[in-house]
Design a protein around this ligand. Structure first.
Ligand code: SAM
Length: 239
């Protein structure tokens, strides 16, 4: 039998997340407790497809790196975990520049909610940009998916940075206003910035004059690294 060489896949759902751009999204799921709301597309908005999903604490999301498709794929990619200059084969990484642009993330299942006749699936720990198209959802099955003695040599070379994150005192009133709207805002900012989202070659710098910006929910967050601490220097509520 010959192997088929191409297939058509459809977007079955999209996910809303606090991450409005790729910059500063954690490298992998569950590094920040970022929430996602999955909404099903016409033709897949069928509650029967989700029957029994509450049995699982975690789910695999299969999705398309839609914001990278136009840039195509590469056989080797710069590995951020190797400092950003050394390359590895694309299939030896979780890079976004891959054939077929398919990504996979395991996330916490926070259950279904119903709104105006539509079911939405709530998840937590996402590493996806707002609006990412999902092509499949599967339960995480511990007995098979959890591999006890799995090893990852890159972990020893390059642990994920964990910096202290502080807010300028002058931002405290704005922060408490934003926290009323998004109860996880402060913890999300801390988790995201603790991982030092600056480019890999900058992460060595404990002092960096540049102000970086990231939009989380509808808040423009400005931050700087000074004396090895990530300082949040601006919060602009765009909403
Ligand atoms: N956990 C997934 C995997 O291993 O397939 C994603 C890993 S990938 C290294 C994570 C990065 O993908 C995020 O930090 C973000 O910059 C980028 N990203 C997230 N959603 C994307 C999208 N829809 N299109 C392009 N890039 C995306």
């Amino acid at each position: 039998m010959t192997t088929p060489t191409s297939f058509t896949v459809s977007t079955i759902a999209s996910i809303a997340t606090p991450f409005k751009q790729k910059f500063a999204i954690p490298r992998q799921p569950n590094l920040a407790k970022a929430h996602g709301i999955i909404t099903f597309e016409e033709g897949f908005n069928d509650i029967h497809m989700l029957k029994g999903i509450e049995s699982y604490s975690h789910l695999w999301l299969l999705f398309i790196f839609h914001q990278n498709i136009e840039r195509g794929w590469k056989n080797t990619v710069k590995a951020p975990r190797l400092g950003g200059n050394a390359t590895m084969g694309v299939l030896a990484t979780r890079s976004t520049h891959r054939p077929n642009s398919i990504g996979m993330s395991v996330v916490k299942n926070n259950g279904l909610v119903h709104d105006k006749g539509k079911a939405h699936l709530l998840v937590e720990g996402v590493d996806l940009v707002d609006g990412t198209p999902l092509i499949d959802i599967k339960p995480y099955i511990g007995y098979a998916d959890s591999v006890q003695h799995a090893s990852d040599k890159l972990d020893d070379i390059s642990p994920i940075p964990q910096r202290h994150v502080k807010f300028l005192d002058t931002l405290k009133p704005t922060l408490s206003e934003i926290d009323k709207k998004y109860s996880d805002f402060t913890s999300l900012v801390k988790a995201v910035l603790a991982q030092d989202p600056r480019p890999a070659y900058k992460q060595k710098l404990d002092n960096d004059e540049k102000t970086y910006r990231v939009t989380l929910y509808d808040v423009d967050v400005g931050f700087k690294v000074k004396n090895s601490v990530v300082w949040v220097t601006e919060l602009i509520h765009l909403g």
